[in-house]
Write a protein that binds this ligand. Structure first.
Ligand SMILES: Cc1cc2nc3c(=O)[nH]c(=O)nc-3n(C[C@H](O)[C@H](O)[C@H](O)COP(=O)(O)OP(=O)(O)OC[C@H]3O[C@@H](n4cnc5c(N)ncnc54)[C@H](O)[C@@H]3O)c2cc1C
Length: 472
């Protein structure tokens, strides 16, 4: 096992291009940029060239041209979740609007939701301005009920959104209306909401890295940060050299668990995806899905689907086990049982996939905090800023984080810095082996509740221990 401080470098394969369909088809040269080999100074030094680190660099450089921004990346830009995700750039947030309203009050929950809806458009705007061809379609989300047991969850979501006044453009579709959008076996209803674009994550993250460089930012790849020294004058320490900075930004998401001081702030939860070969026009004619909506069901153990621009179906889901000690290695990106389950589910949902090959299977860790609340913060005493804990809803959230951190670092008062996750610190996760026991139990319990619901046709009760532990 890699220790938190050495970044776990030993056990990993050297071929980032095989990580996901997205990096493979990003159209970008994945040859690593030169590593950091001599000590240097920066105004802002950033750990991690995923979307959080790169959006932060991007907005800082836009705000203050000429600022010295250095990004250190252990592998290559987009190696982490940002280059592997399900392609949904959505207004969804780690804490649902209803749960957020209970925690921080309706006004703050609505302000956050509005900030997230704006963020979806902001990602599309910058991609267009920077000529990053992300193949995006803003088709919204279809949450599909496969069986009567999944319908009450749709009604609950709509009722909560309506009560908060954020249900503009939301609509319940009956079986026929659902089928007119996408033909999914067993679908009896769907809830349509507008604030989601499906895009090509590899093109987004790799294109953003190029945009940061065009603005004068410096990215060093194959440069693991092995220690973070708090300030004044904080430092990012790598095996060969040190960056001394006015501020450092920790944008390592799930991988931050490898740094001792942040080890219990998050857990890495593996999410896995399978992708088909491009389907022929005949199959698409019978499936439909011309709107390229993000599609999901209401299963507790989570599924998320997209239709890619080149005509594949990506089917993602959770279910791969948590590993003792929050371990992360490349080997965990593949979990044969979970990948087999996803392929099986894809064929059940889309009987037209008979005879179609699955060409890709990958996965990766996303970061989950103990209270499911993301953090976006700057500690002025130590000079350390961080954004983390997006809980699998990070494609849009990382952009919001980049703008929040830019406002914090440039001492700009704004509505963004008053959002509820700004300055939030989640409680630490329990020490092991308690953590492992609790998480594995919850994963098992949610899968059981899904299976019971599928067998009985009745909605999960919401009252089991696992459902209460997993609620957010
Ligand atoms: C399979 C999967 C599917 C997902 N699907 C969706 C989706 O459809 N929609 C959605 O909104 N969200 C989704 N997510 C979540 C989303 O992708 C992430 O929340 C988001 O990309 C996080 O961005 P990030 O930059 O904070 O972290 P990451 O993209 O994980 O980037 C962190 C980077 O930091 C680097 N790093 C870490 N530690 C160090 C160190 N010590 N030194 C140097 N570099 C370091 C890593 O190598 C990595 O490149 C998914 C995640 C996964 C894994």
């Amino acid at each position: 096992m890699g220790t938190p401080e050495n970044g776990g470098m030993g056990s990993e394969s050297p071929s980032p291009g095989s990580r996901s369909l997205w990096l493979e088809t990003s159209g970008d040269d994945l040859t690593p940029r030169p590593p950091l080999v001599i000590d240097t100074r920066a105004e802002v030094a950033i750990l991690g060239a995923g979307l959080t680190g790169l959006w932060t660099a991007y907005y800082l450089l836009r705000r203050t041209p000429g600022l010295r921004v250095v990004v250190l990346e252990r592998r290559v830009a987009g190696f982490g979740a940002s280059g592997r995700n399900g392609g949904w750039c959505s207004a969804g947030f780690a804490v649902s609007p209803g749960a957020m309203a209970r925690r921080v009050g309706p006004a703050a929950a609505v302000a956050l939701h509005r900030a997230m809806t704006t963020t979806v458009d902001e990602v599309l705007r910058v991609a267009a301005d920077e000529r990053i061809a992300i193949e995006a379609v803003k088709g919204g989300v279809l949450r599909v009920a496969r069986g009567a047991g999944q319908v009450p969850a749709l009604h609950r979501s709509l009722a909560t959104a309506t009560a908060l006044g954020i249900a503009d453009g939301w609509r319940l579709l009956d079986a026929e209306e659902t089928r007119a959008r996408v033909r999914i076996a067993g679908a009896v209803a769907a809830l349509r909401s507008p604030d989601c674009a499906v895009l090509h994550p590899g093109r987004l993250v790799r294109g953003l890295a190029r945009a940061v460089e065009r603005l004068g930012g410096v990215i060093h790849e194959e440069t693991p940060v092995v220690d973070v020294v708090p300030g004044p004058g904080p430092q990012l320490v790598t095996p060969r050299a040190v960056v001394r900075a006015d501020h450092v930004v920790l944008a390592g998401e799930a991988y931050l668990t490898r740094l001792r001081r942040w080890h219990r702030q998050l857990i890495p939860v593996y999410s896995l995806i399978v992708a088909t070969e491009p389907l022929d026009p005949g199959r698409w004619a019978s499936i439909g899905w011309e709107g390229r909506e993000g599609v999901a069901s209401t299963r507790l153990s989570i599924d998320y689907l997209c239709r890619t621009a080149d005509g594949r179906i990506c089917f993602g889901g959770r279910g791969a086990p948590y590993h003792l000690g929050s371990r992360i290695t490349d080997g965990f990106d593949h979990h044969p049982q979970t990948h087999a389950m996803l392929r099986r589910m894809a064929r059940e949902w889309f009987p037209e996939l008979r005879g179609v090959r699955f060409t890709h299977a990958w996965g990766g860790p996303l970061g989950v905090s103990r209270d499911w609340m993301p953090t976006m913060s700057l500690d002025r005493a130590t000079g350390i800023a961080s954004a983390r804990g997006y809980g699998g809803q990070g494609v849009a959230t990382a952009n919001l984080a980049g703008r929040v951190l830019t406002d914090l670092l440039t001492q700009t008062d704004s509505e963004l810095v008053r959002l509820p996750m700004v300055g939030h610190r989640s409680p630490d996760w329990e020490p092991e082996p308690l953590r492992w026991l609790g998480i594995r139990y919850t994963q098992w319990g949610l899968a059981q509740a899904d299976q019971r619901a599928e067998r009985s046709g009745r909605a999960p009760t919401g009252r089991t221990l696992a459902e209460r532990l997993g609620a957010h």
